[in-house]
Design a protein around this ligand. Sequence first.
Ligand SMILES: Cc1cc2nc3c(=O)[nH]c(=O)nc-3n(C[C@H](O)[C@H](O)[C@H](O)COP(=O)(O)O)c2cc1C
Length: 201
Amino acid sequence: MSQFLIVYGTEYGQTEKIAMFMAEKIRARGHDVDIVYSRQAVRSPESLQKYDGILVGAPVYMRKYPSSLRKWVRFHARQLSNKPTAFFSVCLGVLQNDDSVQKELRGIAENFFTWSGWRPGRWVVFAGALRYSKYNWILKRIMRGIAKKAGSDTDISYDYEYTKWDQVLQFTLDFLSSVERPNEVRTSEYSNRTQTSPGHQ
Ligand SMILES: Cc1cc2nc3c(=O)[nH]c(=O)nc-3n(C[C@H](O)[C@H](O)[C@H](O)COP(=O)(O)O)c2cc1C
């Protein structure tokens, strides 16, 4: 049995939902998982020593990740760099079939890795959700405008979830395998495929 840690940032709950889904799948394989919401614990847990694998998840807001999550990673960067780690970015831009948007999303992640001093072993971008019911009046209109431009859903009387759960499951299982059987994974083709970026899955 191994010990995993999942740290996530979230504003409207989709990244948390993905983190919980991952935790459930990891537990189903007989491992232990601790889950930390970045806003509650920038310095906690102080030591990552006991963890065999660490997943970090962050939603994109105005082309950035939440500051509590960024600070958590920067504070733990050195320890993270000595562990098997994976990162998942959650956003809506990934739904757009536009190379410049996909490039921008990769840039957001790459800038974060450079700034924080931590480069995950693998990373991916997942589609998130449009939660009109949770946005205030102004944000509802702003998000509808953005959705319209992107050809996405504009009826603000509904919420929309775009996360592909089979993709989340695959990413989780692949990371689990790399922790359970590190030598096998290191020699496989997989490592070329896992530094996933939008449209390259
Ligand atoms: C105010 C606001 C700003 C956003 N900015 C971006 C952005 O710059 N790029 C993007 O791809 N998605 C953007 N999104 C979409 C979110 O990343 C998406 O809704 C995600 O699922 C949010 O995750 P959360 O529910 O865990 O907070 C934005 C959403 C909101 C409400």
